[in-house]
Design a binder for this molecule. Structure first.
Ligand SMILES: Cc1cc2nc3c(=O)[nH]c(=O)nc-3n(C[C@H](O)[C@H](O)[C@H](O)COP(=O)(O)OP(=O)(O)OC[C@H]3O[C@@H](n4cnc5c(N)ncnc54)[C@H](O)[C@@H]3O)c2cc1C
Length: 382
C-alpha cells in the first residue's frame, strides 16, 4: 500500500497515532486520524517527555530521529538531548548503571558522575547527592508541542485529522475490517490502526483480538519557573520529568494506581496525597528548589502490558499499537515502524518480533493478580 486512494484509518490522536499518520501521509497514503477528544488529550499530552528507551528494539531509531524531528516536522518539539540521573546512595548508583551498560552495548556513551560533578551540573541539587550518570543519549521534549507538531505536519502532507469524534465499533466483511463506526457516521477503510492507548484493549476486543493490558493512573506536578539548569533532563529519587525551557520543574512518579478504563474516558484529576508525595520527592532531588510553589498538576492514564513492552503487530488489515508506558519517547520511531507495517507488512529498520501479540498466547488467566496489578477497592473507574 503506497499510493493515494488506499485509505488508512487510525484510531487515536496521541503521539503514536499522530506519528504513524504523519509517516503515512508523507508516503502519499490517504490517512485519517480520529480522536474522541483533541490531540494529546490523554497520556501523550500529560507525560514526562522522556525519550531514553535503551531497552527497546526501536531505541536506535528513536535516538536517530529526535535530534532532527523539528526539521522533519517543520514545527518545534523543544527536544533537548542527554539526561542526568542522580543517585542518593550506592545501591541506586549501581542500579542506574544498567542504563549505561545497556546503551554502551548499542554504541551510546555515558559519564559517571560523583557528588561534586552532580552539584556542578545540576545547580538545584544538594549536599546528599551521592553521584550519578550523564547519559549521552535520550533527552526530553515538550509533549504538548510535540503532539501539535505531529498533528500539523500530518495535515501539511494531506492527512486528515478528526477531533471530537468517538469510535464506537467496526464493520467487517470477509475477515477484514472495512469501516469504522463513529458518532459522526461510518468511515470506510482498507486498513485500521488501533493506537487508542488504554482503550486499545476494548476496541481490539470488538474484533475478537485479546490485547492483555491494565491501566494505571499517574500524576505530575509543575513548579513555578526557576533558573535554568545547564541540562533540563534530570531525574532520580523515583521521579521522571524535566525542566521546561521556561524554567518550570515538571515531574511525576509513582505510586501508580491501577484503574479500570471503561469506554470513552474522561481523564482523571490529580489528587492531593499523590501530589504531596511527588512534591516531597522533588524537594529531595532539588533541595535548592524546595521553596518553589506548585502551580499546576494533572493526572493521566498509562497503558501497561504484562511484560511492560509495547505491542506493535499487524493482524490481517489491522495494526495494533499500544506502547506500554514508553510511547511518547518512542513515537518518532514507533510511528515509522507502524507506517511500514501498514504499507509493507513488515518493518525494514528494526526487528519487531519481541513486540508481537503472540508472545502472550500462554499468559496465565490470573496474570493481573500474579503481577499484583488489581484495581484497589474503591479506586473506581475512569
Ligand atoms: C504521567 C505520565 C508520565 C509519562 N512519562 C513518560 C515519559 O517520560 N516518556 C515516555 O515515553 N512515556 C511516558 N508516559 C507514557 C506515554 O505518555 C504513553 O505511553 C504514550 O503517550 C501513549 O501514546 P498513545 O498515542 O499510544 O496513546 P494515548 O496518548 O493514550 O492516546 C490514545 C488516544 O486515543 C483516543 N481514543 C481512545 N479511545 C477512542 C475512541 N473510542 N475513539 C476515538 N479516539 C479514542 C484517546 O482520546 C487518546 O487521545 C507517561 C504517561 C503518563 C500518564
Amino acid at each position: 500500500m503506497s499510493a493515494r486512494g488506499n485509505s488508512v484509518v487510525i484510531v487515536g490522536g496521541g503521539a503514536t497515532g499522530l506519528s504513524s499518520g504523519w509517516w503515512l501521509a508523507q508516503a502519499g497514503v490517504d490517512v485519517t486520524v480520529i480522536d474522541k477528544g483533541i490531540v494529546g488529550w490523554e497520556a501523550s499530552g500529560r507525560n514526562g517527555g522522556g525519550c531514553s528507551h535503551h531497552f527497546s528494539p526501536l531505541f536506535a531509531e528513536e535516538q536517530r530521529l529526535w535530534p532532527m524531528l523539528d526539521a522533519l516536522l517543520g514545527y518545534p518539539t523543544e527536544f533537548q538531548p542527554h539526561r542526568i540521573r542522580v543517585a542518593f546512595d550506592e545501591a541506586q548508583f549501581n542500579l542506574y548503571a544498567t542504563a549505561m551498560r545497556n546503551a554502551a552495548r548499542q554504541g551510546f556513551a555515558s559519564e559517571i558522575l560523583g557528588g561534586t560533578d552532580i552539584r556542578r551540573l545540576v545547580p538545584l541539587a544538594g549536599a546528599d547527592a551521592f553521584g550519578g550518570y550523564l547519559y549521552k543519549f535520550g533527552g526530553h521534549a515538550n509533549p504538548h508541542r510535540t503532539v501539535q507538531a505531529y498533528g500539523w505536519a500530518l495535515q501539511d502532507h494531506g492527512g486528515l485529522l478528526m477531533q471530537h469524534c468517538a469510535v464506537q465499533g467496526f464493520e467487517q466483511a470477509g475477515g477484514r475490517v472495512t469501516g469504522v463506526r463513529t458518532d459522526r457516521g461510518l468511515i470506510g477503510c482498507d486498513h485500521l490502526v488501533l493506537a487508542a492507548g488504554p482503550q486499545t484493549r476494548y476496541l481490539a476486543a470488538q474484533l475478537g483480538i485479546d490485547v492483555p493490558m491494565v491501566a494505571a493512573r499517574a500524576e505530575m506536578i509543575v513548579t513555578e519557573p526557576l533558573p535554568l539548569m545547564p541540562l533540563g533532563g534530570v531525574d532520580g529519587n523515583g521521579l521522571y520529568g524535566r525542566q521546561t525551557l521556561r524554567g518550570n520543574l515538571a515531574y511525576g512518579g509513582g505510586p501508580h494506581e491501577w484503574v479500570e478504563v471503561i469506554g470513552n474516558t474522561v481523564p482523571p484529576r490529580a489528587s492531593t496525597p499523590l501530589m504531596q508525595v511527588i512534591a516531597g520527592r522533588l524537594a529531595r532531588l532539588f533541595p535548592r528548589a524546595a521553596h518553589a510553589r506548585v502551580i499546576r498538576s494533572w493526572a493521566g492514564i498509562i497503558e501497561n502490558t504484562p511484560d511492560g513492552r509495547p505491542v506493535i503487530d499487524r493482524i490481517g488489515n489491522v495494526t495494533l499499537a499500544t506502547l506500554s508506558s514508553i510511547g511518547f519517547g518512542l513515537s518518532p520511531a514507533s510511528g515509522r515502524a507502524i507506517a511500514e507495517l501498514v504499507q509493507h507488512g513488515a518493518c525494514g529498520f528494526a526487528d519487531l518480533s519481541s513486540l508481537r501479540l503472540e508472545r502472550f498466547a500462554k499468559l496465565e488467566q490470573d496474570w493481573i493478580e500474579l503481577q499484583g496489578w488489581q484495581v484497589a477497592a474503591g479506586a473506581g473507574s475512569v
